[in-house]
Design a protein around this ligand. Structure first.
Ligand SMILES: Nc1ncnc2c1ncn2[C@@H]1O[C@H](COP(=O)(O)OP(=O)(O)O)[C@@H](O)[C@H]1O
Ligand SMILES: [Mg+2]
Length: 338
């Protein structure tokens, strides 16, 4: 009786299931993590968004006990994982960026082997392996050797393996990088289903649209530093209130742009080049006063285009990086073999 009462945890809304504070990791002279802090809430789909080398894999490896931090606090479901890295092992599933499965074993045997590592009973191993092959559309391929799978199938089986013991927290390291579009779409759908069933998901990605589409909250990580953590809903809402206008005005110079910015001080004004002005506002922009002001300075507005700001704009602003950097990354990974 007393045992039972003792095991009931009070329900605390927004109680973090993962708590990280001041995590530092150096590899020799390279600082991979500079002292990052964040929380992941129970049932949340939390995204780590950042370019190559940002520290995403290092963070996952440390949280899952595959690497040790130099210092910092890690708590997973109340367990002190900084001092006892394996203490939350039964709760978590890990899907590394590169497969850790056996090429010579079949898909089914790989899943059964993973299940045995968690001490699952034979019957449970077989049932769960069959169920996962079915969920991931791999039933027919189940008897074939893993070595012969396509990249997309390999990634799916690696995710299935991470789910074999029905973990309540799943860590996914760039789950859709380097695979075909259809498999990536299928994997996103499976991630959404898992999220819908209450699994807490920690996902790393360098695809801005993927983070926007899947995640409840996003941490932007660059150079081992978290530069922003916010909910996607809040980020998108803040964008809706913004208007961005691109005006084509040949013959601009700094002096005119300065007086323009003074005259319209509630707008953010930027001279893109000698022919273009970019104007950003938190309310709608009426064009006539702007055109009149420029006409009074003998400048003609040839074209004015309203832009829809996206999460990419926020990314560029908070990270100081160009979005191209992430896109090039995608092409490189998408095309490269492994
Ligand atoms: N085993 C390692 N030895 C030395 N440096 C490493 C090692 N692993 C990662 N790094 C460095 O740490 C930084 C973060 O790497 P990583 O966590 O893999 O980034 P991401 O997963 O975001 O691409 C990079 O500068 C990388 O070169
Ligand atoms: Mg990585």
């Amino acid at each position: 009786m007393s045992n039972q009462t003792g095991s009931i945890k009070p329900f605390i809304p927004d109680e973090p299931i993962i708590r990280v504070d001041g995590l530092i990791k150096n590899y020799g002279q390279v600082t991979a993590l500079t002292g990052i802090s964040f929380n992941v809430r129970r049932g949340e789909l939390f995204g780590f968004l950042g370019p190559n080398g940002a520290g995403k894999t290092t963070t996952i490896n440390i949280l899952t006990g595959l690497a040790r931090a130099d210092s910092g606090i890690i708590e997973i479901d109340g367990q002190d994982c900084a001092h006892n890295p394996k203490s939350a092992q039964h709760l978590i599933g890990i899907v590394p960026d590169e497969s850790n499965l056996y090429p010579e074993l079949s898909g089914f045997d790989n899943l059964c082997f993973c299940a045995s590592l968690y001490g699952m009973k034979k019957e449970d191993r077989i049932n769960q392996a069959r169920q996962l092959l079915d969920d991931f559309g791999l039933s027919e391929a189940g008897e074939r050797k893993f070595a012969g799978y396509s990249k997309g199938m390999k990634r799916k089986l690696t995710i299935a393996a991470g789910l074999i013991h029905k973990p309540s927290i799943l860590f996914l390291d760039e789950p859709t990088t380097g695979i075909d579009v259809a498999s990536a779409r299928h994997i996103r759908q499976l991630i959404q289903n898992l999220h819908g069933n209450g699994t807490t998901i920690f996902l790393t990605t360098h695809y801005i649209e993927e983070a926007e589409r899947l995640c409840d909250r996003i941490a932007f990580i660059v150079g081992g530093r978290i530069v922003l953590v916010d909910s996607v809903a809040h980020l998108l809402q803040s964008l809706q209130e913004k208007q961005v206008l691109l005006m084509s005005v040949p013959g601009l110079n700094q002096k005119i742009v300065q007086s323009f910015a003074q005259a319209f001080s509630n707008f953010q004004v930027e001279m893109v080049d000698r022919n273009q002005l970019r104007i950003e506002a938190n309310s709608s922009i009426s064009l006539a006063p702007l055109v009149n002001f420029l006409a009074a300075h003998n400048l003609e507005v040839l074209e004015a285009r309203s832009l829809h700001p996206s999460l990419e704009d926020i990314f560029v602003k908070v990270t100081g990086l160009q979005v191209d950097m992430m896109k090039k990354e995608r092409e490189k990974n998408g095309g490269g073999g492994q």
